[in-house]
Design a protein around this ligand. Sequence first.
Ligand SMILES: Cc1cc2nc3c(=O)[nH]c(=O)nc-3n(C[C@H](O)[C@H](O)[C@H](O)COP(=O)(O)O)c2cc1C
Length: 199
Amino acid sequence: MPGKNKAMEVLLSRTSTDRLDAPAPKGSVLMQILSTSLRAPDHGRMRPWRFITVAGKHRAAFAELLVAAMRRTDPEVKSAKLEKKRARYAEVPMTIILGMDLHPNAKIPVDEQVMAVAAGAMNVLNALHAEGFGGMWVSGAFQNDEIFREKLGLTRHQKIAGFLQVGTVEGRASETKRPDIDLYHARWKGDPVAFGADK
Ligand SMILES: Cc1cc2nc3c(=O)[nH]c(=O)nc-3n(C[C@H](O)[C@H](O)[C@H](O)COP(=O)(O)O)c2cc1C
C-alpha cells in the first residue's frame, strides 16, 4: 500500500526484477544513485563500499571473466549454464559489482563491515527505483574466485557481496506479494516474544 509521501511510496513499492532493458542510469544520475550508499549506517566509518560499474561495450569482456571464474570454481559446470550466464551479463544494461573493503583485524567486526555494504546496496536499489530504474541483487560462488577479483582490480582485502543487475524495467515489474508485517513484529512486554512467522 502506498505511503503518505513520495519516499515511503518508493520504499513500499520496490521490487526486484531481472527483466531489464536499456537504458541504465549514467553520468550524474548514476553518481547520485551510488551516493545513497554513503547514507548507510557504517560503524567506525570504515567506508567499506567499493562499486565497480560495467556497461556498454565492456559487458562482453566482463561476461568472459565471469564465465572463466565459474569454470575455475566448478570445473564440472555445464556449458549450457555458462552460456546462459555469459549471455545474461553481456546483455543486461549495467552490472554494479558490490565490492567490500573488509578489515578482519579492525576494531569493528567484519560482520558489521559487511552489513554496512549491504545497507548501502539496499539504498542503491531503492534509489534506482526512485529514479525509474530497476535492479536485482544476484550472486554466485564464482564471486569468491581470487583471479576474478584480481582482474577486476580488487585487492586481497576486497571481497564481492554480489552484483546488482541494472536497467529499465521491461513493461511493469510483476508485484511479488509481501507477507503481513505482523508476522515479523512482536511487542516486548517483559516476557519472551513469539513471532507469527515462527508458528
Ligand atoms: C546477497 C544476496 C544475493 C542474492 N543472490 C541471488 C541470486 O543469485 N539469484 C536470485 O535469483 N536472487 C538472488 N537474490 C534475491 C534477489 O535479489 C531478490 O531479492 C529476490 O528475487 C526477491 O525479490 P524482491 O527483492 O522483490 O523481494 C539475492 C539477494 C541477496 C540479498
